[in-house]
Design a protein around this ligand. Structure first.
Ligand code: NAD
Ligand code: TDX
Length: 334
């Protein structure tokens, strides 16, 4: 099977490529990645003789047409992915997430290629802290940020291309991922690397915002379950029952790193900050028999901390630039 992986040099894409090569022998992988600030092609060095990396933009119609024409399957991870960046400059989010997805869909339509679309639970907006509800495939779209609205728009393009043009597509909406190779701009790696560099973790607002954490390998195994056995045209929510508030996550990281649990600071809240995400993944579990393997978040976090400890070279160069960017808007509270 010839697989075109977009965004295969980013966090989830790198893990998808490495895991696919480790667990399957039927995939011949081509990666299309623009190598934005979020990418690290060096992460693919150990498998460089097993994958083809094409550096380019998913919004480049000619390039995309040629690559999709050579594939049996497209797995579309490429995106501008960080909410805070989308608040500072929404423009690349519109181009990559909307125009890029449109460009892929048109090529998929022309060539009749199977397509899997990677998306996020953020398309559903947020839930109150005391609301017993969780998101399901039937929850109405209600995105809050430029990032989540462009991801929502990209999902709707896929649904329209399925209905109007009969493309063979599936969609997955996953909760917050953690694990190795995640950019240090994101919450968990930012706080781990803060502690490792002697800086106190930064928690937005009151720290009570809840995210539903899943290990990146569990996400990617679910993606393969959907590609292998999912019903065409369907959406599947991916989540591992990992709800935790930000304050608790930071306290756990501090404890695992041998620091006092209260050695963090509160900083200015993110504008429009979604309060809580929570996924009900019953459909995925009952239809496709998928189960998460990382069911203990604390040991998953401990393994992730170990990875950042052992791979300082991977993140060290990016860290100062990311923190300088945050420092422009962030003020200590209290
Ligand atoms: P990331 O920012 O770490 O990586 C994105 C990758 O896409 C990078 O390698 C980047 O170079 C590439 N890219 C960006 N613009 C491109 C363009 N125009 N053309 C080609 N390549 C381009 O993101 P991630 O966290 O790995 O997220 C991957 C996907 O998973 C995204 O679609 C995201 O919306 C989705 N998702 C992420 C999470 C999460 O917790 N990180 C959760 C659910 C869904
Ligand atoms: O320094 C921080 N302090 C803090 O309190 C950062 C960077 C974040 N936060 C909070 C904001 C969120 O409540 O932590 C939570 C997680 O933040 P992010 O890592 O930025 O993730 P989030 O905004 O929830 O979005 C993530 O999950 C869904 C990914 O970045 C998206 O790509 C994915 O779609």
């Amino acid at each position: 099977m010839r697989v075109l992986v977009t965004g295969g040099a980013g966090f989830i894409g790198v893990n998808f490529v490495l895991r696919t090569l480790a667990t399957r022998d039927d995939a011949e992988i081509t990666i299309l990645d623009k190598l934005t600030y979020a990418a690290d092609p060096g992460s693919l060095d150990p498998v460089s003789d097993q994958v083809r990396l094409v550096v380019g933009d998913i919004a480049d119609a000619e390039l995309v047409d040629g690559l999709v024409g050579q594939a049996d399957l497209v797995v579309h991870f490429a995106a501008e992915s960080h909410n805070d960046n989308s608040l500072n400059d929404p423009s690349p989010f519109v181009t990559t997430n909307l125009v890029g997805t449109f460009t892929l869909l048109e090529a998929v339509r022309r060539h009749g290629v199977r397509y899997h679309h990677i998306s996020t639970d953020e398309v559903y907006g947020d839930l109150d802290l005391d609301d017993p509800a969780r998101f399901t495939e039937a929850t109405p779209y209600n995105p809050s940020s430029p990032y989540s609205s462009t991801k929502a728009g990209s999902d709707l393009l896929v649904r329209a291309w399925v209905r109007s043009f009969d493309i063979a597509a599936t969609i997955s909406n996953c909760s917050n991922n953690y694990g190795p190779y995640q950019h240090v701009e994101k919450f968990i790696p930012r706080q781990i690397t803060n502690v490792l560099t002697g800086v106190k973790p930064r928690v937005y607002g009151d720290g009570r915002n809840v995210r539903d954490w899943i290990h990146v390998d569990d996400h990617n195994d679910a993606v393969w379950a959907i590609i292998d056995h999912g019903r065409i045209g369907e959406t599947y929510l991916i989540g591992a029952d990992g709800e935790a508030d930000n304050r608790t996550v930071v306290e756990t990281i501090l404890e695992l790193l041998g620091q006092p649990r209260d050695a963090f600071v509160f900083v200015t809240d993110r504008p429009g900050h979604d309060r809580r995400y929570a996924i009900d993944s019953t459909k995925l579990r009952t239809e496709l028999q998928w189960r998460p393997r990382y069911t203990d978040f604390t040991s998953g976090l401990a393994a992730t901390i170990e990875w950042y400890r052992e791979n300082e070279k991977w993140w060290r160069e990016r860290k100062a630039g990311v923190e300088a960017g945050y420092a422009k808007n962030e003020k200590l509270l209290g």
